[in-house]
Design a protein around this ligand. Structure first.
Ligand SMILES: Cc1ncc(COP(=O)(O)O)c(C=O)c1O
Length: 307
């Protein structure tokens, strides 16, 4: 099946959805993006916290100075329409980018293009690539102390812009070569921040759920959801700067993202953790999250936006 990508109001076949090699977004990394999970509960297709995702996209565009010719409501409707056009999709990727050909770092024609793609990553991408896709049975994580990402003094951490992911790519690629699956970054002062494309949660020996403050990381929609679930479950929460010893002494660690929701970390720098135990707090939160996305929880109606 040839998927169709919505580009500025028109559907374009997947293979024809291209940008010029000299476009500003391609040359300078000026592409803002969002990634939204789709859940199908016995034929009822929903998008997870769509309004929150759109709000974050617009905030990123405003911070980066990238103009948008559409309203949040236009984008809301276009996303749902694209999902209907592409049955069986598991995710939506929305991109806002300066597609004009530019010579300067400041674009002469700073008009943005919006593209909305709905797809199933395995069938539409992974199986079509030549090399096998990297998978791991257990999530073994390296604490990256040398290289930093999403520094306030370079790009605000809340901006989801392509150029802000190059340091993550380099650091994580190196960690993979060293035998780890994932990395967790620290900031310039040594505090734990987040992973390349997920937020980090720690459960300490006193069963307190720790995560870095919103001002220091990307506003993860899954992070926000986990905090709401934890509050509802009467779990003690501390949103604050996390010194590295908290990770070194952690009982459990998990990562959150739209692609993996709650992902238990099995080992940090080769030290085993209890995150995967059935009685762990991580597992409790994970099970509750599953009920929500299956439409069986009191939170489901608020968070699942039916297509
Ligand atoms: C840097 C970073 N942190 C955290 C996240 C997790 O955010 P969300 O839960 O909204 O997917 C992402 C997602 O892409 C990310 O890129």
């Amino acid at each position: 099946m040839q998927r169709k990508i919505w580009i500025n109001g028109e559907y374009v076949n997947w293979d024809n959805a291209q940008v010029h090699i000299l476009s500003h977004s391609h040359q300078r990394g000026s592409l803002i993006f969002g990634f939204i999970p789709i859940f199908d509960n016995q034929g009822v297709v929903s998008l997870f916290r769509l309004k929150d995702h759109i709000e974050r996209l617009f905030k990123s565009c405003t911070s980066a100075g990238i103009p948008l010719d559409y309203s949040p409501n236009d984008i809301h409707m276009a996303i749902k329409d694209t999902v209907r056009e592409n049955p069986g999709s598991k995710y939506v990727k929305i991109s806002v980018y300066i597609s004009s050909i530019e010579v300067d770092v400041v674009p002469q024609d700073p008009f943005s293009t919006i593209a909305i793609a709905a797809y199933e990553p395995h069938q539409d991408i992974i199986t079509k690539n030549k090399q096998p896709f990297y998978t791991s049975k257990e999530l073994s994580v390296w604490l990256e102390k040398e290289k930093h990402q999403r520094r306030h003094d370079i790009i605000p951490p809340q901006v989801k812009i392509a150029g802000n992911y190059t340091s993550s790519m380099m650091a994580k690629w190196q960690a993979r070569k060293n035998g780890y699956d994932e990395i967790i970054f620290t900031d310039e002062k040594g505090y734990i921040t987040e992973a390349p494309t997920s937020n980090v949660f720690i459960i300490n020996q006193e069963n307190v759920l720790l995560t870095a403050p919103e001002s220091d990381v990307l506003y993860g929609i899954t992070r926000k959801s986990v905090l709401e679930i934890a509050k509802n479950e009467n779990i003690n929460i501390k949103e604050d700067k996390i010194p590295p010893h908290e990770l070194e002494n952690a009982k459990e660690v998990f990562l959150t993202s739209s692609s993996h929701l709650i992902c238990p970390v099995v080992k940090i720098d080769n030290r085993p953790l209890e995150s995967q135990n059935l009685k762990s707090i991580t597992n409790k939160l994970k099970m509750r999250f599953l009920k929500i996305i299956q439409g069986e929880d009191s939170f489901s109606n608020r968070w699942l936006d039916k297509v």
